[in-house]
Design a protein around this ligand. Structure first.
Ligand code: IMP
Length: 444
C-alpha cells in the first residue's frame, strides 16, 4: 500500500482536486496537510460540480475518510458552511471527516488584518485571497495562535481570545485605522462553532499513524503549488505555508519514512492568480484564449488567472524540491486550438541561459524565457481516455515535457470529469496504485 503526496508543481490551480479524486479509490484516507480555505479544489462528478476549500476532495467518494491535519488553518465558519453544503448534497461526513485539534484557527481579526495589510502594501500587495490565512500562520509562528481544540474549553478559549484581541485591536486601530473586534460580539458564535465541530475534532497524528500501523494507505492532498511555498516559492509573493511535499510530513505528523512517493501535478500551460513574478506570462489574445478555454478564474475568489506557457524551469525546481517520482498533466485539451505551442526551457540573463529558477529578484526581472516552439495538434483531445488516441503532435508535446523534466507523465487529464483521464500503462503511478490501470473509473 503506497502513501503518496499529490503536490502542485506550479503556482496552484493545477487540477489537483481532480487527480486526487481519480486516485481516491486506491487509498483509505485523504489528508489535507497545509493551507486553509484559500484553496479551491474542483471535482466534477457526472453533471455535478463540487468546489472544496478546506475539506479533502477524497471525501466525495463513499466510504473514504478525509482528514484536515494539524498543518491546516481552519476558519470554523467557512468550514461549517462547506460541511453543511456537502451534507445537503448527500455527502455524509459524520464518522468520515476528522479535524485535528491542533489545526490553528482563522479568526475574524485575521481576515481584517489580511485585507488591511494588502491595502497598506498598495502596489506591492501580494494579491492574497483575503481569507486571513497569512495572519493565522503568522500567529502560529508567533506562538499566540488559537487552535481548534481550544474551542472545546470555553474558559481557555475566552482567555486566549481576550488576550489576542487586546493586541490585534490595538494594531487594527492604530496602524490600519480599522474598527476593533469586540469579544462579546464574536465569542458566542465561536462557542457554537466549537460545539458543532466537537464530534469531528481528534488527535489526527495518532489517528493517522495508527491507521498506517493497521495497514491503511494515505493520499496527501497538497493545496496551492510549489511556487507558492513559503520557503521554495517566489517569496514574498507566496502563501504562508509549506505547500511542497515536505509539508505533508510536518503538517500531519506522519514521518517522512512512511511516505513512499510524490506525484507532481502540472497544467499543460501555466497560470498564476495574485501578484508576483511569472516569467512565461502572455497577455493579449493568447492570454484571453487560454483563460477562456481553460476557464481560468479563481475557484475561491473568482479572480481572472494570469496565463502563460509551460515553464520547465519552474517544473524542474518542483521535481527537485518535492522529489516527484512522476507527473500528472492536466488541461491538455485547452491547447487543442493552437497552431504553435511553446515551452520555456531556460531564462536568458545577459549572455547566459539560466536553467534554474534564480533566487534574486533582480536577475529574474532582467531575464527573458528561452522557448522551444512545437507545432500545435489542432484537433480535439477533450475527453480522450487512451494514450494511443492522442494526436501524434500532442504526444510529442507530452514526451518532450517528460524528457525535459526527466519524469514520465503517468496521468493525463483531458477534461473535468473523472472518466476523462489517461493513465499510462506500466507507469510508476500504476505501480503505486495497481488498480489505476483499470481506469476510466465508473461514475459515483
Ligand atoms: P493567501 O494564501 O490568501 O495568503 O494568498 C497568497 C498568494 O497565494 C496569493 O497570490 C494567492 O492568489 C495565492 N493563492 C492562495 N491560494 C491559492 C490557490 O488555491 N490557488 C492559487 N493561488 C492561491
Amino acid at each position: 500500500m503506497a502513501n503518496i503526496v499529490v503536490v502542485g508543481a506550479q503556482w496552484g490551480d493545477e487540477g489537483k482536486g481532480k487527480v486526487v479524486d481519480v486516485l481516491t479509490p486506491f487509498v483509505d484516507l485523504i489528508v489535507r496537510y497545509q493551507g486553509g480555505n484559500n484553496a479551491g479544489h474542483t471535482v466534477v462528478i457526472g453533471k455535478e460540480k463540487f468546489v472544496l476549500h478546506s475539506i479533502p476532495s477524497g471525501i466525495l467518494r463513499p466510504g473514504k475518510r478525509g482528514v484536515i491535519a494539524c498543518g491546516v488553518v481552519v476558519d470554523p465558519a467557512s468550514l461549517l458552511e462547506e460541511m453543511a453544503q456537502l451534507e445537503r448534497r448527500g455527502i455524509t461526513l459524520q464518522g468520515r471527516l476528522v479535524i485535528s485539534k491542533n489545526a490553528h484557527l482563522i479568526l475574524p481579526y485575521h481576515r481584517l488584518l489580511d485585507e488591511a495589510d494588502e491595502a497598506r502594501l498598495g502596489t506591492r500587495r501580494i494579491g492574497t485571497t483575503a481569507r486571513g490565512v497569512g495572519p493565522a500562520y503568522t500567529d502560529k509562528a508567533a506562538r499566540i495562535g488559537i487552535r481548534a481544540g481550544d474551542l472545546l474549553d470555553e474558559a481557555l478559549f475566552r482567555e486566549k481570545l481576550q488576550a489576542n484581541l487586546q493586541l490585534k485591536n490595538a494594531i487594527l486601530q492604530s496602524v490600519y485605522n480599522v474598527p476593533p473586534v469586540r469579544l462579546e460580539e464574536i465569542l458566542p458564535a465561536y462557542l457554537r462553532f466549537g460545539e458543532a465541530l466537537a464530534p469531528y475534532l481528534r488527535d489526527t497524528t495518532i489517528l493517522l499513524n495508527e491507521a498506517l500501523d493497521a495497514g491503511a494507505s494515505i493520499l496527501f492532498e497538497g493545496a496551492q503549488g510549489t511556487m507558492l511555498d513559503v520557503d521554495h516559492g517566489t517569496y514574498p509573493y507566496i502563501t504562508a505555508s509549506n505547500t511542497t511535499a515536505g509539508g505533508a510530513s510536518t503538517g500531519t505528523g506522519v514521518p517522512p519514512t512512511k511516505i513512499h512517493g510524490v506525484l507532481g501535478v502540472a497544467k499543460a500551460y501555466t497560470t498564476r492568480v495574485g501578484e508576483g513574478p511569472f516569467p512565461t506570462e502572455v497577455g493579449g489574445e493568447l492570454g484571453d484564449l487560454l483563460r477562456g478555454r481553460g476557464n481560468e478564474y479563481g475557484a475561491t475568489t473568482g479572480r481572472p488567472r494570469r496565463c502563460g506557457w509551460l515553464d520547465v524551469v519552474v517544473l524542474r525546481h518542483a521535481m527537485r524540491v518535492n522529489g516527484c517520482g512522476t507527473l500528472a498533466l492536466t488541461k491538455l485539451d485547452v491547447l487543442d486550438a493552437l497552431s504553435t505551442v511553446k515551452i520555456a526551457v531556460g531564462y536568458r540573463y545577459g549572455q547566459t541561459v539560466l536553467r534554474d529558477f534564480p533566487l534574486e529578484d533582480r536577475v529574474l526581472a532582467g531575464s527573458e524565457p528561452v522557448y522551444e516552439e512545437w507545432p500545435g495538434w489542432q484537433s480535439s483531445t477533450a475527453g480522450l481516455r487512451h494514450l494511443e488516441e492522442l494526436p501524434p503532435k500532442a504526444r510529442d508535446y507530452v514526451e518532450r515535457l517528460a524528457a525535459l523534466t526527466e519524469r514520465e507523465v503517468s496521468l493525463i487529464s483531458t477534461g473535468a470529469v473523472r472518466e476523462e483521464t489517461i493513465i499510462s500503462e506500466g507507469s510508476l503511478l500504476t505501480r503505486w496504485f495497481p488498480g489505476a490501470q483499470s481506469l476510466p473509473v465508473s461514475p459515483r
